[in-house]
Design a protein around this ligand. Structure first.
Ligand SMILES: Cc1ncc(COP(=O)(O)O)c(C=O)c1O
Length: 421
């Protein structure tokens, strides 16, 4: 459920008209609903009330500081994968103890930064990283709390590019090396081994791979404890999918939480989960205006002012987003099949093929649903297009939470060397 509904013939985000926002801000822009974000967080958290759980929101899904702060105010910590994300989490007021630092390639500089900020946990993804982290922590005379991220060799059956838990994926420590890695961790100085972590992928629409992976990991916690390791935390990552399309409905957060609770409760560990998409995906839309409708003998193209640089998921993952007109479709409207494409000079700049939509014309507004996760964060300036702005709505209020950069600002990043002037 989200809070993007039609009101008096026009799409609204909570109590704010999208048409009015488009006139004020210009298009394209992302629009987030506070009520939806909060609702999703609460529904998700409700499922875990039987076990001590820290929800560490995966910032990579949407790292706008206003979004992070909205979730942090609900109690969320942060799962970060770069120094920049740690900075964002701190700026949003996330308690450093609730910050987890994941990622396969943390540099020594990033480790030092996070150690100085006293973050709660590093999820270590290789034996090489373990050694580096121990050295960096020793050089700062501090101790790093670590969980070893294990790769359970389970295929999450999601898009190949966002599957992370197969043994051939770059993430985590291979099952056959896990014990040696824990032994390394015990030997190295300046490390405090607190847990086990895993994450098998994103947009997962079936509980079976979660179950397979979590069972392996729960077994590992038991074994490690028998071998004398004081494993007090278990971090099960994120990955629960959202319904982008009516044909593929993922398990509910309640079902997902029930599975985890059943498996994890007997361990009496502190649980960490790292949801991203499920919290913010349906809390955002991307609004765009039709530049023109190009009719050829072969196809009809609705060319819109958003491009793959603003929302890359369809190009990168062949992802589906529902597209709706901002003006409510009334009975007599004529529908037609069309390709919805952006203005970027790439054949792949296509949002939808053969999509049946109400007939569109120059100036019409459309919205991409479920664009709150992996949308704005993946935007760029390819083709020298301005970075897309973001707006947040809260009831009747709205605020621009990232302004559209001007061309002056964009071009000012480039510097012409002296020898060319
Ligand atoms: C380590 C880690 N945790 C959490 C997430 C969040 O995943 P999702 O947005 O699918 O919940 C990701 C994303 O792939 C991740 O890599």
């Amino acid at each position: 459920m989200d809070h993007f509904n039609y009101h008096k013939g026009w799409l609204a985000a909570e109590d704010v008209s999208i048409k009015t926002l488009a006139e004020e801000i210009g298009t394209p822009f992302y629009c987030y609903s506070t009520a939806t974000l909060v609702r999703h967080y609460r529904v998700f958290a409700e499922g875990f009330k039987e076990i001590p759980t820290q929800i560490c929101y995966a910032l990579k899904a949407n790292s706008n500081i206003a979004v992070i702060k909205t979730l942090a105010n609900e109690g969320a910590g942060a799962d970060c994968v770069s120094e920049g994300e740690v900075m964002r989490a701190l700026k949003a007021g996330v308690d450093p103890k609730k910050i987890v630092f994941s990622g396969v390639g943390k540099s020594r500089g990033e480790m030092a930064f996070a150690l100085k900020k006293k973050i709660g946990q590093f999820n270590v993804e290789s034996r090489e990283e373990l050694k580096m982290l121990s050295e960096v922590a020793a050089s700062l005379s501090v101790t790093a709390n670590i969980a070893i991220r294990v790769n359970p060799d389970v295929d999450a059956h999601t898009n190949d590019k966002i599957t992370t838990g197969r043994k051939t994926d770059k993430f985590g420590i291979g099952w056959e090396e896990v014990k040696e890695t824990y032994a390394d961790a015990k030997r190295y100085g300046s490390l405090n081994v607190v847990g086990v972590s895993t994450h098998i992928g994103s947009q997962i629409t079936d509980l079976a791979p979660f179950e397979a992976a979590f069972k392996r990991v729960v077994g590992l916690v038991e074994e490690l404890r028998t071998e004398g390791y004081a494993i007090k935390r278990l971090d099960l990552g994120g990955g629960l999918g959202i319904p982008y399309h009516h044909t593929k409905i993922p398990p509910s957060p309640a079902d997902y939480a029930r599975l985890i609770t059943t498996l994890v409760k007997p361990l009496q560990v502190e649980l960490i989960v790292e949801p991203g998409r499920v919290l913010c995906g349906n809390a955002g839309i991307l609004v765009s205006r039709v530049i023109l409708v190009k009719r050829t003998p072969h196809r009809t193209f609705a060319v819109i002012d958003a491009g793959m640089n603003d929302l890359i998921r369809p190009t990168l993952y062949s992802a589906h987003h529902d597209i709706v007109p901002v003006e409510e479709v009334l009975n007599k409207k004529v529908f037609e099949k069309m390709d919805v494409v952006g203005p970027v000079c790439e054949t792949g700049d296509v949002f939808a093929r053969d999509r049946e939509l109400p007939q569109l014309k120059e100036g019409d507004l459309i919205a991409f649903r479920s664009a709150g996760a992996y949308g704005a964060v993946m935007a760029g300036t390819y083709n020298t297009r301005l970075l897309v702005p973001e707006v947040m709505v809260n009831g009747e209020k709205h605020a621009v939470i990232r302004a559209r950069e001007s061309y002056k600002q964009l071009l000012a990043h480039d510097k012409v060397p002296g020898w060319l002037s």
